[in-house]
Design a protein around this ligand. Structure first.
Ligand code: ATP
Length: 779
């Protein structure tokens, strides 16, 4: 096969041999991780090895367990669940003798760098191995098992860790590889159960994994608006938890909810360290409330199936970064662990992260519960507080004093995107818990101007919206200037809105800009206004992430996995999949990485004839060397070329391939908008919406103080020139930020193309290409 040529670094005298192993419990995403390590190592001129069966393979050694891998060995791995190189728990590696055997086997194979993907136990073992390495080498030399030359050559071991674990229990990273896939399995199961629960008005107790970490229980609780959750981080009072749970469940039932969902993490405890079990919760619901209650233990289903888009991409980027970290490491560099913060891949100290993680389990054991939540990252705490506010709060006893209660409106603008209903649910439930009055504007700006479609929202109105797809409020693409901006102002004035949340894509972005621009004419718009970007194209300036883009990606990868299966059943057949995205190639690029496609054509690069010719040669070569498991997919954003539709492109490629292969086109169309929103879109919608309400509260508190001293009717104290009160809520550089719409629109936006001037995901292009072995023609 013709492999891409890279280099192993200017200082390397010999080919670096880098091994990868997976260890501990298996997690979806381990295969894309290994694939990325293997292909990046080859791309950089190194020789990758896989150590099969985790540390067991290292201790046993030999060609059965330690194998050099080639480019095509990892073909098609992205769509496969579990870990193809095996994993195990290995007692021998916990003993020095086991690690000594492991050191000998690495040296014999010529390996001096080890990348470990596993949980905190596996990474503790890896760190210990590195710390002991010099003494292990000495012992092997002294016992005559290795030569002096080998001892010199292999005097340093480079270690790099990545966290593969469905529990998301590692400190210092927002997410571990596999966690969002397991969450996806849980949410799918609860969504199914919900339907039967509703029919019979039943209660369900769902037990999920998480011995020391309640992340899965917490996040699935948010995603499914569970009535109650039990997690190890928040030990409940043994005397009161049953009463507390029954109170919430009863209130929800009184308000019209026909179902009850309680999610219990397997490690849930009370403050005496007595487990809170599913059976206990079941008995309480039956005995005290007389509910027809069932227990569903999800068990290993949570580890099952292939990874969701987020995990495939996270694992791939972390695999690439692991190899980079190995090649940049010096003997004095502390072992790194690859982490993610918001959407940025980072390196942190492996020792420190493992130490912080272990301190959580220790704090639980020591009953220092107030420390436990603090030790989790700040995002976990934020999610937990949000869960309590929107699902466990007593909405009839609002938090805020009357004078601070606001009227807040929400509107959907643009095409539907996964998570926009979750945003409305969270906004409503959070507003009610605070004492604010939530208003919905139905059917976008035209609904408001033509039909005065404004209603207050109640908790019952939005029941079930957390997990529903489409737009329950109704949406359209009209912007204020295309309807009647004066009428919009009139209704804002009439309902005395104190704040506005727009959930939408580029039309939402333009809407906010237009409302902000006319504040001097219409005082009604001098209120805090926040745009929560929501569009599958992920093209809204001011953020690196839009609601709905994750749901769309998942729909697209499911579609592509099916197409790929069909393609591999037919000899030498490739498919061009036409993707949405307007002038943004984000969806096509991320799908390219997630499914291991051969290439993607995006509007940012266009399609040149030279590149097309090169791609035809590349695909022909790929069909020559692989048995057809990978390389049959090509993604094309519809707008990547004016001249070539997907069908025309398929025809040209088929003709030019001269019988070596044929290409068909495939159109997923509106499938990309997704059905139910993905867990990522649901939980982010909740987080962003609550942040938006808090932003409005904060800006209004300042102005309310001013209002108290003024008596004029309709006085709106927000300064009309204060642009910091009309903002885009976005994720940027690993932080959630509020950016004034005026500057984002005027300085950061290519208005004609409807995309940001600086494309944050550009670096993904070269990663997508190098992992496909695609040769690029540089113009
Ligand atoms: P999971 O989160 O899925 O449980 P994990 O990596 O924490 O994954 P463990 O069973 O704790 O799972 O560890 C996996 C393997 O790592 C162990 O079987 C052992 O081989 C090695 N290991 C764990 N702890 C140590 C240690 N303290 N010293 C040496 N090796 C260890």
């Amino acid at each position: 096969p013709s492999l891409p040529i890279g280099n192993a670094g200017a200082n390397s005298q010999r080919k670096r041999c880098i091994a990868v192993l997976t260890s501990g419990g298996d997690a979806q995403g381990m295969n894309p991780f290994v694939r990325a390590v293997v292909r990046t190592a080859l791309f950089k001129g190194c020789q990758p090895f896989a150590i099969f069966e985790g540390y067991k393979g290292l201790v046993r050694g030999g060609p059965e367990y330690i194998k050099a891998l080639n480019w095509e060995d990892v073909d098609g791995w992205n769509a496969q669940g579990g870990t193809n190189i095996g994993t195990a728990r290995c007692k021998e590696f916990k003993e020095r003798a086991g690690r000594l055997a492991g050191a000998l086997h690495l040296i014999e194979a010529g390996i001096d760098a080890l990348i470990v993907c596993g949980g905190d136990g596996s990474l503790t073992g890896a760190d210990l191995f590195r710390a002991e390495w010099p003494s292990l080498v000495d012992e092997l030399l002294n016992s005559g098992k290795i030569t002096a030359e080998q001892a010199t050559t292999y005097q340093h071991l480079t270690i790099c860790g990545a966290v593969g674990s469905i529990d998301n229990d590692m400190a210092d990273t927002d997410s571990t590889i596999g966690a969002y896939s397991a969450l996806d399995r849980i949410c799918e199961a609860v969504d199914y159960v919900e339907a039967t629960a509703k029919s019979h008005s039943r209660a369900f107790v769902i037990e999920v994994m998480g011995r020391h970490c309640g992340w899965l229980a917490l996040m699935s609780g948010i995603c499914t608006s569970a009535d109650s959750i039990f997690i190890p981080e928040e030990a409940v009072d043994p005397k009161t938890w049953r009463d507390d749970m029954c109170k919430v469940v009863t209130k929800h039932r009184e308000r019209g909810k026909r179902t009850t969902i309680v999610i219990v993490a397997e490690g849930a405890l009370d403050s005496d360290l007595t487990p809170v079990t599913s059976e206990d919760v079941h008995k309480t619901l039956v005995d005290r409330l007389g509910l027809d209650t069932r227990i569903t233990v999800l068990g290993h289903v949570q580890r099952g199936g292939s990874a969701v888009a987020f995990d495939r991409i996270l694992a791939t980027l972390q695999g690439v970064e692991s190899v980079n970290a190995v090649l940049e490491s010096t003997p004095s560099t502390p072992s790194p662990i690859i982490t993610v913060s918001e959407n940025q891949i980072q390196r942190k100290s492996l020792v420190e992260s493992v130490k912080s993680t272990k301190s959580i389990a220790a704090a639980i054991k020591e009953k220092e519960f107030s420390r436990v939540l603090q030790l989790r990252n700040s995002e976990f705490v934020e999610h937990y507080e949000n869960y309590l506010a929107i699902n466990a709060a007593d909405h009839y006893a609002p938090q805020l004093p009357k004078k601070d209660r606001l009227k807040i409106a929400i509107v959907n603008v643009g095409a539907p995107a996964g998570g926009i209903n979750s945003a409305v649910y969270s906004m409503t439930a959070f507003c009610l818990s605070q004492g604010h009055k939530p208003y919905a504007i139905y059917n976008g700006w035209s609904g408001l101007t033509r039909h005065e479609s404004v209603r207050t929202l109640t908790w019952k109105n939005v029941l079930g919206w957390e997990s529903s797809g489409g737009s329950e409020l109704g949406t359209d693409r009209d912007i204020p200037s295309s309807t009647d901006i004066g009428m919009i102002a009139y209704y804002f004035e009439k309902y005395q809105f104190d704040g506005l949340i727009i959930v939408g894509g580029f039309e939402g972005f333009v809407s906010l800009y237009e409302l902000e621009r006319v504040r001097d004419v219409y005082p009604a718009f001098r209120i805090p206004m926040v745009l929560i970007p929501a569009t599958l194209s992920n093209n809204v300036p001011g953020t690196e992430y839009s609601l709905g883009s994750d749901t769309a990606l998942n729909s697209l990868i499911k579609y592509c996995d099916v197409i790929e299966q069909s393609a591999s059943s037919t000899k030498d057949r490739a498919f061009i999949v036409d993707c949405q995205g307007g002038n943004s190639g984000y969806l096509a690029t991320c799908t390219h990485i997630a499914v291991g496609a051969h290439a993607s054509y995006v509007p940012e690069e266009g399609i040149t004839l030279d590149q097309l010719k090169q791609d035809i040669t590349n695909i022909a070569e790929a069909f020559d060397y692989s048995d057809g498991r990978e390389g049959q997919l090509i993604l094309k954003t519809t707008n990547a070329s004016k001249a070539f539709s997907a069908t025309a492109l398929a025809d040209v490629m088929t003709a030019e391939a001269e019988g070596k292969f044929s290409v068909k086109s495939a159109f997923p169309g509106h499938i990309q908008q997704g059905g139910k929103p993905s867990p990522i879109d649901r939980t982010r919608a909740t987080r962003f919406t609550i942040r938006a309400v808090k932003f409005i509260e904060e800006k209004q508190t300042v102005s309310c103080t001013a209002r108290d001293s003024v008596t004029e009717v309709n006085y709106n104290p927000l300064d009309k020139a204060n642009t910091s009160t009309a903002v885009v809520l976005g994720v940027k550089n690993a932080k959630v930020v509020f950016s004034p719409i005026k500057s984002v629109y005027e300085k950061e936006t290519d208005v004609k193309k409807r995309i940001p001037k600086v494309i944050h995901w550009t670096p993904l292009r070269s990663i997508a290409d190098h992992l496909s072995g695609r040769k690029k023609v540089h113009s």
